[in-house]
Design a protein around this ligand. Structure first.
Ligand code: ATP
Ligand code: MG
Length: 749
């Protein structure tokens, strides 16, 4: 496999080269509160992949700090998924709950340092006191408790003397921090609940922000890789580790974009709803995006890893087209699995001029697959063909059997129709046909021209099987839940027929049923009496082209788009959009790719463009911020519209606000739906570009950082970023970075 180099790998390489760490140690830290899905596969692929390629180690850690939702069956499912994908976590699976005693000691240490306190506000008060993005918070009066009081209360919390919610432990950081997460984050809460491993030993449980960084530290993790929604938590991560003054080296957090796929829901909560609501048969229902579901459906680990590699690792959230995953499985199976014949909707054909039977040696693999192997394919007077491979009144371009058009039986003879037999209702019940004895495939001297070959099975040799045909579980591109379910996502065919070779194979086997798709013997329901086959995927992307193939298909005919050197499937419309975005609007490939593949996003984008001609900036905010909110808010209508986004970007373009402030304003828009101009006015967020206001701040920073000033003057240009960053910080992001840049250079060079 060709894992492309990405920014995470670059960081790891640099850290190893500089000697920051001797060995890379990563971890995959799921919460055991549901079955892992394809998003987790991406995380597994990244964490275990990096550890493997840089000769390090990856821990499997159950992040089990929330006793109400966790269960051992999920632990087993997680282990199974990692193993199935081909990775090895070594001797032990780790559990955050094993660190509860150590974490408690660290909390006590923070209290003793005066860096943590027991708060007794209600949940509502805590929320109210926290303030908003535009309003500083207010510290609780309980923050004044003495260290002794705090130690006493915290110990009694631990002993179970208080009810849930009565007290919590908080870090004492900064109630006016621009990063809301830093406003005295919660470290411990009371929960009188049985824990699936720690049983009833604990009445307090650490919060993610406290437990995660310390668990990483305890395990000697070097690179703590997580998804983008934890970006703001990084400050707490660093705060906890730094304040505790732990022995180095310590881990650092790095974020990447989480995977979203269209036509499905992905969060464990939503998946649990489907499982509990009975909309699917269980966590391993082949229609679910869970690893267990893919495994049961017949996907291969290779195809999923390939997919994870192809989609790459980005810093911006995006939606990946599910057809890209389907492409990967098709691509994998195309070369691997034998091709056999199955008739799903049988129509009997009696070949009147043929008597007896014969065995045909039929190749399993077509010429373009460099693999040997064949099976014995019985042929006889009575066969089944697919009902729609015969047409009495064929439309133009129909290449299969008609009253006047012969057809080839795959691997066998050419036949033509002599008579159509119907029942009292006019339904066709049988075809009487004749064959040409000199037309056998491979030694055909008949000279008869046919336009296609169709699948068939011999009636007396065929085996009846059950075939389960799956379609997408959701009919809409960005489904929300139960209400968007596709009622036709499962079709069960009880009486399909396969040739004998399919049955004599061992179970757990995959096949291509020619002209139908790839199929997998269901690992659970398959029995000798009732063989069951799951459809893994069709032979081509049925969504981009609805018509059925006339010819046996050997390779998926999918349009390919070059995206960052990767080949991915795109429909024709998507391709046109992609071309327009890259060539006319000069967007980069990544952004164009995201927009072109997502109809909703591209429509939204076009609408913003109709108000403001700023294609690049608009594309950036739509593919990053807007896409993220759509993803997170699947249930609600968006509070803001395209026009408001254009307004916001116009303010950035006009240098009224900085892009940093624009992000804050955007967050407020997502909640209140107010116009960005209103928000900026009301909160006094207008950018500071006036040098007379900025210069004094620069002076102050120069005084405070004499060492860096010297280094910068001596030529360490990297420090420019430091100085600009300090000014931005001092102005809460309101200073105009361009102006700051110029002024710093003027002052210091
Ligand atoms: P969900 O919201 O789907 O329930 P989660 O983030 O709560 O997922 P965890 O069990 O906490 O799930 O995640 C374990 C690891 O997998 C984390 O590092 C998380 O960042 C990562 N992960 C979860 N979902 C995705 C995704 N869609 N794409 C990439 N990584 C993911
Ligand atoms: Mg979660």
């Amino acid at each position: 496999m060709s894992e492309s180099k990405n920014f995470l790998r670059t960081i790891v390489e640099e850290d190893l080269k500089s000697g920051k760490y001797k060995e890379v140690v990563t971890r995959f830290p799921p919460e055991p509160n549901g079955f892992p899905h394809i998003g987790h596969a991406k995380s597994i692929f990244i964490n275990f992949g990096i550890a493997r390629d840089y000769k390090g180690h990856c821990n499997l850690r159950m992040d089990d700090t929330n006793p109400t939702k966790e269960d051992l069956k999920y632990v087993e499912a997680l282990k199974d998924a990692v193993e199935w994908l081909g990775f090895d976590w070594g001797e032990n699976v780790y559990f955050t709950s094993d660190y509860f005693p150590k974490l408690y000691d660290y909390a006590v240490k923070l209290i003793k340092m005066g860096k943590a306190y027991v708060d007794s506000l209600t949940e509502d008060e805590i929320r109210e006191y926290r303030g908003t993005v535009t309003q500083v918070g207010k510290r609780s009066k309980y923050a004044k408790r003495t260290i002794e009081e705090n130690l006493d209360l915290f110990e009694r919390m631990k002993k179970g003397e208080f009810k849930d919610g009565e007290h919590i432990l908080r870090a004492k950081i900064d109630m006016s921090a621009a990063n809301m997460k830093m406003r005295d984050p919660l470290l411990y809460r009371i929960r009188h609940t049985h824990h699936f491993r720690a049983a009833n030993e604990w009445y307090i449980y650490p919060m993610y922000d406290f437990a995660h960084c310390l668990s990483d530290y305890i395990e000697g993790i070097t690179h703590s890789i997580c998804t983008l929604e934890f970006e703001n938590n990084r400050d707490i991560y660093n705060w906890v580790l730094d304040e505790l003054g732990l022995e180095l080296p310590r881990p650092y957090q790095h974020e990447f974009a989480r995977l979203g796929i269209n036509y499905t829901v992905m969060s464990k909560r939503k998946l649990l709803e489907l499982v509990e609501g009975g909309q699917v048969s269980g966590w391993d229902d082949p229609r679910l995006p869970t690893i267990a579901g893919y495994k049961r459906r017949g996907y291969t680990p290779e195809s999923i890893l390939n997919f994870c590699d192809q989609i790459g690792i980005a810093k911006a959230n995006s939606m990946v087209d599910v057809s890209q995953l389907e492409f990967c499985i098709r691509d994998d199976l195309n070369k691997k699995v034998p091709r056999v014949m199955c008739v799903l909707d049988p129509l009997k054909v009696t070949i009147e001029n043929y008597d007896g039977c014969e065995d045909i040696d039929a190749s399993y693999y077509p010429h373009d697959v460099p693999k040997e192997g064949y099976r014995v394919l019985p042929f006889s007077r009575e066969i089944y063909i697919e009902r729609d491979d015969f047409n009495q009144n064929p439309p133009k371009g129909y290449y299969r059997l008609t009253p006047t058009q012969p057809v080839r039986l795959r691997h066998g003879y050419i036949i033509s129709c002599k008579e159509v037999v119907k029942d009292a209702n006019g339904n066709i019940t049988e075809i009487k046909a004749e064959y040409y004895s000199n037309s056998k495939s491979g030694s055909d001297t008949s000279g008869i021209k046919v336009k296609s070959a169709i699948q068939w099975v011999s009636v007396k040799d065929a085996k009846s099987v059950e075939v389960r045909i799956y379609d997408r579980l959701f009919a809409c591109v960005a489904p929300d839940g139960v209400e968007d379910i596709n009622p036709d996502s499962l079709q069960v065919i009880k009486n399909a027929f396969v040739e004998p070779a399919v049955i004599t194979q061992k179970p757990d086997e995959r096949f291509q049923f020619e002209r139908e798709g790839y199929f997998y013997a269901d690992p659970i329901d398959y029995t000798d009496e009732n063989p069951v086959f799951n459809k893994i995927v069709g032979l081509k992307d049925s969504y981009s082209k609805k018509t059925k193939a006339n010819e046996p298909v050997s390779k998926p005919q999918i349009k390919k788009a070059q995206v960052d050197g990767k080949i991915a499937a795109m429909s024709e419309t998507q391709q046109l959009l992609f071309d327009k975005y890259t060539s006319e609007l000069k967007l980069n490939n990544e952004v164009s790719n995201i927009l072109a593949r997502d109809e909703y996003l591209s429509n939204f984008y076009e609408e913003t463009l109709s108000t403001l001609n700023s294609p690049v900036s608009l594309a950036n905010i739509v593919t990053n911020e807007v896409a993220r909110v759509i993803k997170e808010n699947q249930s609600d209508e968006l509070k803001f519209n395209a026009k408001q986004i254009a307004q916001l970007i116009k303010m950035v373009d006009d240098e009224i606000i900085s892009s940093k402030i624009a992000k804050q304003v955007f967050e407020t828009m997502t909640k209140s739906g107010e116009d960005p101009t209103q928000i900026v006015d009301a909160c006094g967020l207008i950018q500071i570009s006036d040098p007379s206001k900025i210069l004094p701040i620069i002076d102050e920073i120069i005084v405070k950082n004499p060492d860096n000033v010297l280094k910068f003057k001596a030529g360490n240009n990297k420090l420019l970023g430091f100085f600009v960053g300090q000014v931005l910080k001092a102005t809460n992001g309101k200073a105009n970075p361009k102006v700051v840049n110029e002024l710093v250079v003027q002052k210091l060079k």
